[in-house]
Design a protein around this ligand. Sequence first.
Ligand code: KIV
Length: 540
Amino acid sequence: MNQQSQPDRIIVFDTTLRDGEQSPGATLNAEEKLAIAHQLALLGVDVIEAGFAASSSGEFEAVRSIAQSVGRQSNGAKAPIICSLARAVRQDIQIAATALQPAAHPRIHVFISASDIHLQHQLRKSRAEVLAIVAEMVAYAKSFVEDVEFSPMDATRTEPAYLYQVIEQAIQAGATTINIPDTVGYRTPKEMEQIIQDIRANISSIDQVILSVHAQNDLGLATANALAAIEHGVRQIECTINGIGERAGNTALEEIVMALEVRKSYFNPFLGCSVDSDAPLTGIKTQEIYKTSRLVSQFTGMLVQPNKAIVGANAFAHESGIHQDGVLKHRETYEIMDASTIGLSENQIVLGKHSGRNAFRTRLQELGFDLNETDLNNAFHRFKEIADKKKEITDWDLEAIVRDELQVSVESGFQLEHVQVTCGDCTCPTATVTILKPDGKILTHAAVGVGPVDAVYRAVNQLVNIPNQLVEFSVQSVTEGIDALGTVTVRLRQNDRLFSGNASDTDIVVAAAHAYMSALNRLYRHQQQQPVYDTAGLLF
Ligand code: KIV
């Protein structure tokens, strides 16, 4: 594939499951990653960066299972490319290749730092050494797969003449995509334009490959930088759902896609299309955007800020009287896109307590959830419990139920059996908690606290005995109405790592207890995870 054969469309490379998962506290388990990967395929992304296979055994399994089930979809649609990140070291590349083997279209993404600041202070290698590694490791990746992406990390702070040498070396060794990472989110759109123009002007072989950009959002410029790069010949954008990622995050997929959709006539000429062409500029099914955003937010515990472009709760809300008046008279007075284009419609009431298993299963399938029999039975059981308390079960309630079930079904570790609290304005909040421990023992403990949640967490802490610090606690209602499910999200810190958990229930103290157990279980599993191979002292 080269730029001539794909000139009029942007390749959407989604790295939610790799860079996105590097968001502090956003660790995902293999089942959650798989569910997101299925949704990304429905969304129509071209490339799914499923993870960094060599980083842990869990990550290897996640990449492999995504390669196996999402990378080989046979519903008539083309399976997406499944990609694994790999440092420019043999073992990483070998492990990535093994994990990707089941995919119909595998890609290995090899990276190594290129800037002097990284070479001197992190890699402790000379420029010549890095050049040699690039040639050897890209060729090595190429011996496993045809499709090799290469990223010179910190490219936008690398001395240009050296950057061109590194890129030329990678192309000569067989790279098919060259990705330019703005690793620390330092550049402005004008500078990004110049960097891309200079790369294209100075590297004669650049037209043999797809040119890509990976923009971090440290200055809030990621989307602007990516769009500026598109104007100068970049044809692949690396991005994540909701813009999650390392530090301040990454380019948001929904922003890039909707900018290209809403401002098609502006971007058309940059992609070689006539101004009035109506052909889509990406392969994304925009109606799947909102659902994907919610799914990622629920599984990662990364809440979407209300004023987030495209997918925030306020993105289509009009508060001022003048705006409301205008929209009622003519929508386009204050709206540049219709909420339905991202799949945001008035949530319909679909199920209630008389709905049967078949209706439940069918609706879940329509929502993109394909549960195995055990998960389906458990989710149905929970649906019935909730339907007894809450008359109307919406799609959003269903999503919350499924998320909880998927989470519970894979949560080896501690299990919450019962929680009971007494509280009020003239009593001391007291909680009694019973848990099942990983060794099969059932234990109960009672504790008092400053409030019911504090009492529950104190009781749990006594039972599990895993030191941690609660750094975030939030409650959001899943739908409107006094009987709504409440979703509790918690984030714990142990040493320098964050672990999040969330759970929903009509009783927010119960949701809080489950969310806490979920975060504790992530922490517990992290403590038990082994690296795939011993990486001690082996940065590159
Ligand atoms: O930010 C970065 O430089 C990266 C590369 C590995 C693409 O994530």
